[in-house]
Write a protein that binds this ligand. Structure first.
Ligand code: HEC
Length: 311
């Protein structure tokens, strides 16, 4: 009798509330509430300026529809967007135009650092929804056709107007943007610079590495948090057999089945030379090994709210 009573008590005190909680947390309304709460942080070197919900961007600029060539899918698509220049003018004040770089930190550690000059040369937009009645996701042909969520915001470029942008592939198109930050590159990533007296080839390689590689990889602990460190404690140029590093950058899938690293975009002008110069940079960095974790997005992304999806 006593045992039966205990069993019933257990049901009411443990199991039933447990099941109710489980239902509550997996209910679509809860999931939706989570998404609505997703914020985009705006920061400058002095710290946090403001956090916004994507819908609140309409207080800074007028929404419009933009058709682009969707590089990740290899076809045209339309998005609901806000012009990046107007958003930055409101958020950072127009002085952002004289700054150095803008870093986008994504939920999974992807962290491109994009020169301000590019935003002054080409028209960039923050997309917050699809305009073609499709979910705000894409099928990433560059990463094994993985379907990825784009919210809270996705940076796109008017590449139908400026075809030169198409040659660069998807390198400056971060999605799941959680933070937009105005920085001085040298102050934020001192550990990535090539040694004093480096050759012109090495210095150009450093610029290419910043453009095409650092969104995912770190050098001396600094850069993106999506892929392995390439210099510390042992440089990839020390343990890759000669020739294989070039082949890896050219076509990673030709060396490792199912790898998620995309090949360097095929249309980049003077692509062979670009690869050789990136390798020259990586080789020079062997001589400046030091762990400088400051600036690594892994460290900062711990403070970001967790989201129910992964890239
Ligand atoms: C979109 C993200 C992304 C970009 C951009 C990227 N990589 Fe990678 N890279 C990866 C991932 C992920 C891996 C791990 C691959 C695996 O395990 O199959 C990797 C692995 C590597 C490795 C092998 C490391 C090892 O020890 O196995 C090298 C070398 C490398 N990348 C160099 C580069 C260079 C150079 C560039 C720029 C031209 C670059 N990557 C751009 C994501 C990226």
């Amino acid at each position: 009798m006593n045992k039966c009573f205990r069993t019933i008590t257990l049901y009411f005190t443990r199991l039933i509330p447990g099941v109710l909680l489980l239902i509550a947390f997996t209910h679509p309304a809860y999931a939706q509430a989570n998404v609505v709460e997703t914020l985009i942080e705006f920061k400058n070197p002095d710290g946090l300026i403001r956090s916004l919900k994507p819908a609140e961007l309409n207080t800074l600029a007028q929404q419009k529809t933009l058709k682009v060539f969707e590089v990740h899918e290899g076809r045209e698509r339309q998005y609901k967007v806000y012009p990046a220049q107007l958003v930055f003018d409101q958020m950072f004040s127009p002085s952002w135009r004289t700054a150095d770089e803008i870093i986008f930190t994504c939920q999974d550690g992807y962290q491109p650092s994009i020169p301000v000059a590019k935003f002054l040369t080409y028209d960039a937009y923050l997309a917050v929804a699809s305009a073609d009645n499709k979910p705000f996701t894409l099928s990433n042909a560059l990463q094994n056709h993985e379907v990825v969520a784009l919210e809270p915001a996705y940076l796109i470029w008017d590449n139908l107007k400026s075809p030169a942008l198409l040659d660069e592939g998807a390198s400056d198109m971060p999605y799941q943007i959680a933070r937009i930050e105005l920085v001085s590159f040298a102050a934020r990533f001192p550990g990535m610079f090539p040694p004093a007296g480096a050759s012109a080839e090495t210095r150009r390689g450093f610029l290419y590495f910043r453009k095409y590689c650092m969104a995912c990889h770190t050098i001396n602990g600094q850069g993106g948090g999506k892929a392995p460190e390439l210099n510390y404690p042992v440089s990839v140029t020390e343990y890759f057999k000669p020739g294989y590093l070039k082949q890896w950058i050219d076509n990673p899938a030709s060396l490792r089945y199912n790898t998620t690293m995309p090949a360097l975009a095929a249309a980049i002008p003077e692509r062979e030379k670009v690869i050789a110069e990136i390798i020259a940079y990586l080789t020079a960095m062997r001589d400046v090994k030091r762990m400088r974790p400051a600036g690594n997005s892994k460290e900062t992304s711990e403070k970001l709210p967790a989201l129910p999806f992964l890239r």
